[in-house]
Design a protein around this ligand. Sequence first.
Ligand code: TYD
Length: 153
Amino acid sequence: MMTMNYKMIKIKTISNQDSSYGELSFFEGEKDIPFAIKRVYFIYETQKGMHRGFHAHKQNWQLLFCPYGKIDIILDSGSERETVSLDDPSKGLLLHPGLWREMIWRQDSSVLCVVASEYYNPKEYICNYRDYLRYLHEKKQVDGLESCAGEGP
Ligand code: TYD
């Protein structure tokens, strides 16, 4: 089974002495995150209790962050399940391809922002958990064959 391939990153943030001036956070593709950004999308006008996601990506790397509110991200590797809370704008969740994810909105109007390494392509989505387990199983077999091919007699 695959490992929990994710990492929390601290998004760089510039604060001001004068709190009425707000905060500014930023990151740059291929510098602060390990991919070039091809796509950005965001989910907003949301309600507490909303669930989304329920899919995995075969190729897409993503950085998820929540500039307003609180959203729990449930990650599933086929054998383990972990929950990560995006409850601060400076928290970034870097997801490698291949992890199943579900999202639960914990506060009204929370905003989920996603930057992605790939253009939108429905073919690289796995939208059914049973298909996901099958995909992991097949991937494991292919990866196993590839590593054997390199060994030789
Ligand atoms: P989807 O990824 O299925 O969101 P969720 O799994 O959270 O419900 O996307 C919802 C709809 O938006 C779906 O019809 C595909 C479309 N969509 C795009 O056209 N481009 C995009 O970049 C994304 C993320 C979604």
